[in-house]
Write a protein that binds this ligand. Structure first.
Ligand code: HEC
Length: 208
């Protein structure tokens, strides 16, 4: 078992280095299922019976199952995107949203992954702090939320979107207005745009 430090890529606090790891972590923390990556029962210190209960000699989820779930997640369809809102696209680039919401990554085979995230942590201000550190992520740091498929998500939630890490933002505009810290100046620039320009950016984001 590795116990070394890896750069995180998944979860709001970028706490997980791979889809396999995150699958095992969710199985442990959300469903109390043990696996080779998380071999211990997920009991709190006070749960004596849980701690003392007999352990079986097999894990709840065998590695083959974790691998199958990861394979499934890795092959989920990428949401289709057709950009018609060119004014919004130009503004998104110009005012610097792309500093964190990076438009694409190029893979070795030349194909592009358009996730609109740099998959890195940023300090986005006290307003978004949850008062809790996770590994090396401070309370104010969050992984740049990928923006691809956001309209599909909003539609799927019957237009009751819950954006940002705790779902507090009910619309794209509200999510943008919560940005502070490293994104403060860019947020201010957004606020100083005309209503039409702000709407162009929002319509563009809905096409990602
Ligand atoms: C300094 C980096 C940074 C900059 C600059 C930035 N963002 Fe973000 N953005 C983030 C982070 C980090 C989050 C996730 C915050 C959270 O979950 O609480 C986020 C979340 C969002 C979300 C919510 C997505 C979701 O699924 O919850 C939207 C929409 C968004 N940003 C749009 C923008 C726009 C538009 C701009 C430019 C005006 C911008 N951002 C500039 C880092 C940045």
């Amino acid at each position: 078992m590795h116990k070394d430090f890896r750069v995180g890529r998944f979860t709001y606090k970028a706490s997980s280095p791979s889809i396999l790891h995150q699958t095992a972590s969710a199985a442990s923390t959300d469903m109390s299922l043990t696996s080779v990556l998380f071999p211990n029962e997920n009991c709190t210190k006070k749960q004596k019976e849980c701690l003392e209960s007999p352990k079986g000699d097999t894990f709840d989820i065998p590695i083959k199952r974790l691998e199958a779930i990861s394979f499934y997640l890795q092959n989920l369809e990428i949401p289709p995107s057709i950009i018609t809102q060119k004014r919004g696209e130009a503004l998104f680039l110009k005012i610097g949203c792309v500093k964190c919401h990076r438009p694409f990554f190029e893979l070795d085979d030349g194909s592009k992954v358009r996730a609109f995230s740099d998959i890195l942590l940023h300090d986005v201000g006290e307003g978004l702090s949850d008062g809790r550190s996770e590994f090396r992520a401070t309370p104010r740091e969050w992984r740049t939320a990928p923006l691809w498929g956001i309209a599909k998500y909003i539609r799927a939630s019957n237009n009751k979107a819950e954006l940002l890490h705790d779902g507090r933002a009910k619309s794209i505009e509200e999510a943008i207005l919560w940005h502070g810290g490293e994104a403060q100046e860019i947020k201010n620039t957004f606020m100083n745009l005309s209503a039409r320009q702000r709407e162009d950016i929002i319509q563009y984001i809905k096409e990602l």
